[in-house]
Design a binder for this molecule. Structure first.
Ligand SMILES: *[C@@H]1O[C@H](CO)[C@@H](O)[C@H](O)[C@H]1NC(C)=O
Ligand SMILES: *[C@@H]1O[C@H](CO)[C@@H](O)[C@H](O)[C@H]1NC(C)=O
Ligand SMILES: *[C@@H]1O[C@H](CO)[C@@H](O)[C@H](O)[C@H]1NC(C)=O
Ligand SMILES: *[C@@H]1O[C@H](CO)[C@@H](O)[C@H](O)[C@H]1NC(C)=O
Length: 414
């Protein structure tokens, strides 16, 4: 009070005081009132554009240091904006010819039960009997998008989270999904891939160019494979080869083999209310001609999503009448919307992470995905987790407990 009385009445101090008051008002207007008006939660400083900004995936949470937050105008969807079914569900090649069924809003059951074919690209490497042969259908099929050159990553996954012995009584299978590469190097890689496939029998490959923009084709190949060769699988997970996946937690805690398998179930890192990125330089750019809608339907980050086995076929069939988008996770979301399936939000926000969560055995024993691992790191963390998982959080509690006790002691000493 003394300070205020003495200084606030000098000319500069008063001006400073008024200015900061104005600043607070502008802050409140921009961050609290305006977002509330437009339906955007005020604590979400990020734009809801999919893949907006610098190059890091922007989402509701994330690695704060990799997000160029700062002062930025937030692009918000109109309040209560509905996904524009008319514009996002283009039929490939225009309207269907007379006599053919037209897909209206949702697919009907009959559309989904016809015979399935392997699709437009022939198999080069396949494992048609992986799931058959008198064995009970697997509980979980892991579909892992990878490229031929990522040999190390595949080997690390085989030794860690993709090792069937993680849940030996349940039965899960692992498949790496690949396209093809041209050129001399491509040929060499193909020889090596074929040898790898003969050794591990966990590779499927079709004859399409293996590129980021063709990731949707790759995912659809996997969905089609499950529909054709493994229709009895209870659950499927699609993920990438630079991921950490806690398959044990996924199987035992989320999917629970002892309970009746769900149907029409899809979960992962739910991306709700994201708008197409219209910045031509962005990796996530979506041309308005391809997707004119202002908002994507809810989709799950392609770094890792999980769904019930019945959906593999349904999504594939839906895809036959949904115009192809190169962003595979968005595309699968559009197919789901077409099917009338809404992704289930995970029980807690820390299960599916499409950024890298800093490692601790306690955290990693309670999450399902974490993104951005070099094969060596994967091996290191996996082995650490295996030898510490049973007391992962007890140790963490102990250290925290110790700190608390110390603090109490210090307080009482004062
Ligand atoms: C979809 O198209 C129909 C007919 O062309 C139109 O009546 C309807 O308003 C459109 N719906 C949306 C959400 O634009
Ligand atoms: C999978 O785990 C088992 C048991 O820990 C181990 O014997 C086997 O070598 C592992 N497989 C691979 C490919 O590392
Ligand atoms: C995707 O694959 C197809 C089939 O091989 C190829 O014609 C096309 O150029 C590829 N697209 C991209 C963007 O790589
Ligand atoms: C966050 O991102 C920065 C830069 O991309 C990286 O150096 C850092 O390790 C990340 N932190 C975590 C916890 O992943």
């Amino acid at each position: 009070m003394q300070w205020k009385r003495r200084h606030c009445c000098t000319h500069t101090a008063r001006r400073f005081y008024l200015l900061s008051l104005l600043g607070v008002l502008v802050f409140l207007l921009h961050q609290v009132w305006l977002p509330r008006f437009t339906g955007m939660p005020w604590w979400r400083g990020n734009p809801v554009v999919y893949g907006g900004g610098g190059g890091a995936l922007h989402a509701t949470r994330g690695n704060a240091s990799s997000q160029n937050s700062g002062w930025r105008f937030v692009i918000v969807p109109r309040p209560n904006f509905q996904v524009d079914a008319n514009v996002s569900f283009h039929e490939e090649g225009g309207p269907s010819p007379p006599g053919e069924p037209r897909f209206e809003n949702h697919l009907i059951a009959g559309d989904l039960s016809g015979p399935l074919t392997p699709g437009p690209f022939p198999y080069i490497i396949n494992e048609p009997d992986k799931c058959a042969g008198g064995k009970p259908a697997p509980f979980l099929v892991l579909l892992i998008a990878t490229e031929a050159r990522q040999v190390e990553a595949r080997n690390a996954i085989r030794q860690t989270w993709g090792n069937e012995s993680v849940a030996p009584d349940v039965g899960f299978i692992r498949l790496f999904l690949l396209g093809t590469n041209g050129g001399e190097l491509g040929l060499l890689q193909q020889r090596m891939l074929e040898a790898e496939s003969r050794r591990h029998h966990d590779v499927i490959q079709q004859d399409f160019t293996d590129s980021y923009k063709n990731l949707t084709i790759k995912t659809l190949m996997g969905m089609n494979w499950v529909g054709l060769f493994c229709p009895g699988a209870s659950y499927v997970m699609k993920t990438d080869s630079d991921m950490f996946v806690n398959t044990e937690y996924l199987i035992l805690k989320l999917l629970r083999p002892e309970s009746t398998p769900k149907k029409n179930y899809f979960t992962g890192n739910n991306m709700r209310g994201f708008a197409p990125n219209r910045n031509k330089n962005s990796k996530w750019y979506m041309p308005p001609e391809l997707y004119p809608g202002e908002k994507y339907p809810t989709f799950c980050s392609g770094t890792g999503y999980v769904f019930s086995g019945d959906l593999a076929r349904k999504i594939y069939v839906a895809s036959l009448s949904v115009r192809r988008l190169h962003l595979e996770d968005v595309y699968v979301g559009v197919c789901l919307a077409r099917l009338g399936v809404e992704p289930t939000p995970p029980s807690n926000a820390f299960l599916f992470n499409h950024w890298r969560v800093s490692y601790s055995s306690c955290k990693y024993s309670h999450l399902i995905t974490s993104h951005g691992f070099h094969p060596n790191e994967l091996l290191k963390y996996w082995h650490h987790l295996q030898s510490n998982k049973h007391n992962a959080c007890i140790n963490a509690l102990k250290t925290r407990g110790g700190r608390m006790r110390r603090m109490t002691r210090e307080k009482s000493a004062r």
